[in-house]
Write a protein that binds this ligand. Structure first.
Ligand SMILES: Nc1ncnc2c1ncn2[C@@H]1O[C@H](COP(=O)(O)OP(=O)(O)OP(=O)(O)O)[C@@H](O)[C@H]1O
Ligand SMILES: [Mg+2]
Length: 310
């Protein structure tokens, strides 16, 4: 891939890639939670679904639109695009078509979005590698299993010695190396352990692996029915989980999801712009004041006190 093309893609907003080398680890669920968390923080969000087979993020966003219309509620939405795999005889032709699609999708977001959130497929392909080349933050959900950990590295479960780098870690490391040749910016990579066992399985091994391949680890989500239910409504733990939005009273599973997702987002320290935060604060103050009765001072201007004479 030409550096020119990469540079052009890099002028995009802060890019968050949610990826990992194992299916079903919670990438799409996490991607949608990051999107709604940032929308609620007043950020302008673009999204890209690179998983052309399943289109999980696209379906999540479609469910959200449908639920908002059905309930007559206002649910913020990102500027969404889905990129499908190109067809062709030659690999170079397919790749250049896919790259063109990606550039076309990203170009309008350059000035109109603060963040671009990309949901990557779990299998390795050209678009997935390009996404990792342009990422500022990579988020990798991981199930608490040594089988799944293999995508990052092979670790002896007894001695915790790292024996090999896994295939997904190799992709991220190669992307970071290539990226450094044209952009010195630091790429933040966070591995998030989801559905932890009790006692935790992979957590004690993550430290050595993190040092070897360069990531931080964060606590993710427990196994909760709420996440599966929220998908079909297009909702996340960051939406108002009241009766008007949810269509029912929130359960303890919803409230626990809200708490753990908030803690996770805080630990990620995403570079949220102060402009968006100011807008959210101004809007909530306006909404609060709109409900309050006017005070006499707001209606009748008080006379200026007379200046004392010489
Ligand atoms: N914390 C959780 N508790 C219970 N179910 C969950 C949780 N997180 C995700 N799920 C469910 O697990 C399944 C897989 O999640 P998700 O689609 O987010 O994973 P994925 O990594 O994007 O999968 P794929 O690799 O197939 O794209 C979905 O049915 C989702 O609703
Ligand atoms: Mg997915």
């Amino acid at each position: 891939m030409e550096y020119g093309a990469l540079r052009a893609l890099r002028s995009a907003p802060h890019v968050i890639v949610v990826g990992g080398g194992k299916g079903g680890s919670g990438k799409t669920t996490l991607a949608m939670h990051v999107v709604v968390y940032l929308l609620k923080a007043g950020q302008r969000i673009g999204t890209l679904d690179l998983d052309s087979d399943q289109g999980g993020l696209t379906r999540y966003i479609e469910n959200r639109e449908r639920w908002a219309n059905h309930r007559h509620i206002d649910l913020a939405l990102p500027w969404h695009n889905r990129i499908s795999s190109a067809r062709g005889e030659r690999t170079d032709e397919i790749e250049s078509r896919e790259l063109a699609q990606l550039q076309e999708a990203i170009a309008p977001m350059e000035t109109s979005c603060d963040f671009l959130v990309i949901d990557a497929p779990s299998h390795d392909n050209y678009l997935m590698s390009v996404a990792h080349l342009i990422a500022d933050t990579v988020l990798t959900p991981l199930q608490d299993s040594f089988l799944d950990l293999g995508a990052l590295g092979l670790v002896d479960p007894l001695t915790h010695e790292v024996t090999h780098t896994g295939h997904y870690a190799a992709t991220v490391c190669a992307a970071r190396k290539l990226r450094r040749q044209f952009d010195p910016a630091f790429v933040d990579w966070v591995v998030i352990v989801n559905r932890p066992c009790d006692p935790p399985l992979v957590k004690p091994c993550l430290g050595k692996l993190a040092l070897r391949i360069g990531f931080k680890d964060a606590a993710g989500c427990a196994e909760r029915a709420a996440y599966r239910q929220l998908f079909s409504l297009g909702l996340t733990a960051f939406d108002a989980l009241d009766e008007a939005t949810l269509g029912a009273c929130p359960t303890e599973s919803h409230l626990a999801a809200q708490r753990e997702m908030r803690a996770l987002m805080e630990s990620l320290r995403l570079p949220v712009s102060p402009r968006g935060l100011r807008q959210v604060a101004a809007r909530s103050e306006w909404l609060m004041r709109r409900e309050m009765p006017l005070e006499l001072d707001d209606i009748v201007a008080q006379p200026e006190p007379a200046e004392a004479g010489p």
